[in-house]
Design a protein. Structure first.
Lengths: 268, 320, 286
């Protein structure tokens, strides 16, 4: 049994224009999965459905053996956290400390335990020196790390990153990606929602969403063998792989060169 | 980047900073009530003395308090003029004939010009203003020569002066007290204190926790919204919206060009914020634990004792 | 004419005597014709502050910015019509949400021209022309701007500035948040606008691939200082650009890695993927 099991979900604000259509997907515990699609493909709607921020019109979502419903949604939100795109619009607290505490306060964690955990997880995301800072004094990348600390402090199994890097500059983006890898190594399930293929290739498994449903899925190596898949889904391969594919078509690609281009494009 | 800090809070570590916000709020309210019980100029002067001692002991910058008084200069001046002009009790301290003539008007115009020219020395603006008033008085009293157009009698009674002093000092005490509160208490602590104090109102259906959360989220987003308003204004200024020099007819559209984006962005933000809060297990009305705990300590005891003594003192002088 | 910065510094006010120095002693000249400039640097390096000086949205703390011959200094001069400067230098902000407000795309684009007293009919004509310039057809004129996709909103917001017919067009991170197809479309649009009209275009960006492929001049800001002003070729031939927190374009990095690994001697300075591919193919086949 998979950790997250999505069966034929459909969602629409207007019945004529479905956003999710018969989408099925399962995600194993501890996996790092990237959900990839161009703007408007429905991938963010999927993220919201998984943590019960919107209810599918039909179809079911099972998480850790529980079927998502208005009664189980609070249990499920204790297991899966989400980091959204806009760092400013998810920073609830007046200071970093208050923001990390927010989720725990909602869960009724005793104060002494909260203080301990705030220190621990702030240290972990490198924000300990900033505990008393206000959001106006922080960069976008720092705000995203505070959001992560808040989720970690609630002892979650999985984190969804919904375009979480898209408003960051390249340096902050790289730092966040490195940090996500660390979290994955510690056993967290990572669900990355993105339209950036470079980022998606950090994941073990890719799911390409197109027109509200799963277009292709598999390991990155499997999917990259058919570059046309990405083009059809409105995505663009990393430059190294584009070069490799073009050379291959011209029969100008040696085996070593191909190996090198692939290796350097797929970060571990 | 730009530092937008809300409220007047200035970081510090004196006595006042370590008092529980609830104690501070109650103490300030009680002391204000006590101030209103006072009846003579001597009593308010003593009250003001106590307030000054507290400020100095708490190392609160007096400069900041003076700054807080600025919007009230007009009110203070009005009180002074009103009391001097209409209070007709007690003994006469001044009875002067004021004369208006072409000369005195000329002199007054000259004085006004000199005053305005010197006004660039902002540091002494208040002092200059009083010098100007005294100058006007002196001109009308002594520099009229002839021909006189009209004369009037300026009569000042001692009670008028005393009453205006009384009212002004009382106002000073109240402003000083509230400024000390806002200078030494973080906005978050203030909301928490209020929340805690409003808790009994649950009986009449007011959920003080939700109320406090609303206030603290508002406080948190004020700098963000200000920053955004500034950006929107710049974006529309780039399209020729001229908020300073434009025609009135255009201004209506220009104001709309600011308000619509602000509302749309704010609406989107509130939706995203609601999602973020919900996904972090927030359920309105459900009991939560709090990271900040309000605790009374010996400082609160001292504050309470001083406050009670002040109140008792003012009741005492009222009754006796 | 154009824009001249003469020893410009700018400070944001802060607590007491502290302040944040966003720009330090910047001198540079921007022509109002035929330039395609990239303004790069990490977040907080002063890029946006510099851009806002270019159309007199903010005033230097010291030094002078001369915009088409009009000097802008710390002191506001009542004789200068700052507003008309903003018509000559168009600045498009990063988020279209900051400027869209009318019920139709047409009305929204007409807002700029009308602020500069252009008659209704003429403004309508300009709006149409500007919309076509950004690659949207006339049928968009009657659409509600809030119902458009992110990329379309962005293009309408650019049209709103283009309709004022500025000599210089400045765009703050125009491609951020767009997918690869949207990015390419927009960049090609800028290129064709630049070619057809001869306007100078300045983009603020973090994307070095775009800088290398499209622009002909780069300004690098780091901690408020102008560290580099020259062609992208000169910039990427340097080996120390990481001290300004810049990356190399992907084509250069990929080709450089191939050279290192296989001891080839390829010319790594290729602006496009196609050029990189043919460079490698030639080397392999010979």
């Amino acid at each position: 049994m998979s950790y997250i099991d999505i069966q034929n979900i459909n969602f629409a604000y207007h019945p004529k224009r479905p956003i999710l259509q018969n989408l099925s997907l399962s995600i194993d515990k501890g996996q790092w999965i990237a959900i990839l699609g161009h703007n408007g493909s429905g991938k963010s709607t999927l993220a919201k459905a998984i943590i019960g921020l919107l209810e599918p019109d039909f179809g079911t979502i099972d998480i850790d053996g529980m079927t998502l419903s208005p009664t189980t949604v609070y249990e499920i939100r204790k297991k899966i956290g989400i980091v959204f795109q806009n760092p400013d619009n998810q920073f609830v607290g007046v200071t970093v400390r208050d923001d990390i505490a927010f989720g725990m306060e909602n869960l009724g964690v005793p104060q002494a335990e909260m203080l301990e955990k705030i220190d621990f997880y702030a240290e972990k995301v490198g924000m300990k020196a900033f505990l008393d800072k206000e959001p106006a004094e922080l960069s976008g990348g720092q705000k995203q790390r505070v959001a992560i600390a808040g989720i970690l402090a609630m002892q979650m199994d999985a984190i969804i990153f919904d375009e979480a890097t898209s408003m960051l500059d390249p340096t902050a983006r790289r730092e966040l990606m490195d940090y996500i890898r660390e979290l994955h190594n510690e056993g967290l399930t990572i669900i990355m929602i993105t339209h950036d293929i470079e980022e998606a290739l950090w994941a073990q498994r890719l799911v390409i969403i197109k027109d509200g449903t799963v277009f292709r899925q598999g390991t990155r190596e499997e999917l990259l063998k058919e570059p046309v898949t990405f083009i059809e889904a409105g995505l663009e391969l990393p430059v190294g792989l584009q070069i490799s594919n073009a050379l291959k078509q011209m029969n100008a690609l040696s085996l070593e060169l191909e190996e090198h281009l692939w290796e350097s494009s797929l970060k571990k | 980047m730009k530092n937008v800090i809300i409220g007047q809070y200035i970081p510090g570590s004196s006595f006042f900073y370590h008092i529980d916000p609830r104690t501070k709020i109650i103490a300030v309210v009680v002391l204000m009530v006590a101030t209103f019980l006072l009846e003579t100029i001597w009593q308010v002067l003593i009250g003001f003395g106590i307030a000054l001692i507290l400020i100095i002991a708490g190392r609160v910058p007096i400069r900041k308090i003076v700054k807080g008084l600025k919007p009230l200069y007009v009110l203070l001046l009005f009180t002074l003029v009103f009391q001097i002009a209409f209070n007709r009790v007690g003994t006469i301290v001044l009875d002067a004939t004021m004369q208006i003539s072409p000369f005195s008007i000329l002199f007054m115009i000259a004085a006004t010009i000199i005053w305005r020219l010197l006004a660039s020395f902002k540091k002494f603006s208040l002092l200059l203003f009083f010098a100007y008033l005294v100058g006007l008085f002196f001109i009308m009293k002594n520099l009229a020569f002839s021909p006189l157009w009209t004369t009037w009698q300026l009569t000042i009674y001692d009670q008028g002066l005393i009453m205006s002093g009384f009212v002004i000092i009382r106002l000073l005490i109240i402003i000083t007290l509230s400024t000390v509160l806002t200078l030494t208490t973080k906005p978050t602590e203030l909301t928490q204190g209020l929340e805690s104090l409003l808790r009994p109102l649950k009986a009449i259906g007011l959920n003080s926790e939700d109320f406090a959360l609303i206030i603290s989220i508002s406080l948190r987003y004020i700098p963000t919204i200000l920053d955004e308003a500034n950006k929107i204004m710049n974006a529309q200024a780039s399209r020729g919206a001229d908020f300073a020099e434009g025609r009135l007819k255009d201004k209506v559209v220009q104001v709309i060009s600011l308000l619509v984006p602000m509302f749309i962005i704010a609406f989107k933000r509130s939706e995203e914020l609601a999602d973020a809060m919900e996904s972090r297990n927030f359920v309105p009305g459900k009991p939560r634990t709090r990271i900040h705990d309000l605790k009374f300590n010996y400082r609160d005891l001292i504050t309470t004792v001083i406050t009670v003594l002040c109140l008792a003192g003012s009741i005492l002088v009222k009754v006796l | 004419m154009g824009i001249q910065f003469k020893e410009v510094s700018f400070q944001y006010p802060g607590w007491g005597k502290q302040f944040f120095e966003a720009l330090k002693d910047i001198s540079l000249t921007i022509n109002d014709k035929d330039e395609f400039i990239a303004l790069v640097g990490e977040t907080g390096s002063g890029k946006s502050t510099l851009a806002q000086h270019m159309n007199a949205l903010i005033f230097p703390t010291s030094g002078t910015v001369e915009i088409n011959g009009v000097p802008i200094t710390a002191k506001r001069n009542k004789k200068i019509k700052y507003n008309s400067i903003r018509q000559q230098i168009g600045l498009v902000f990063q988020f279209p949400e900051y400027q869209l407000f009318e019920e139709t795309v047409e009305k929204d684009i007409m807002f700029g021209p009308k602020n500069f007293r252009v008659p209704e009919e003429e403004a309508r004509e300009m709006a149409k022309k500007a919309l076509n310039m950004v690659g949207l057809s006339d049928k968009y004129l009657t659409r509600n701007p809030f119902n458009l996709s992110g990329g379309e909103k962005k293009r309408v917001s650019i049209a709103g500035i283009l309709a004022m017919n500025p000599k210089i067009l400045i765009l703050d991170e125009p491609t951020s948040g767009l997918d690869p197809a949207g990015k390419k479309l927009l960049m090609n649009l800028f290129k064709s606008i630049q070619k057809e009209t001869g306007k100078t275009i300045i983009i603020i960006t973090h994307d070095m691939d775009l800088v290398y492929e499209y622009t002909n001049r780069v300004l690098v800001l780091n901690e408020g200082m102008l560290e580099f002003d020259g062609t992208p070729d000169y910039l990427f031939h340097r080996h120390d650009i990481d001290k300004w927190h810049l990356d190399y374009p992907a084509t250069i990095s990929v080709l450089r890695a191939i050279n290192d690994k296989f001891r080839y001697n390829l010319d790594i300075y290729q602006k496009t993927i196609d050029a990189a591919v043919s460079t490698i193919a030639k080397a392999v086949q010979s």
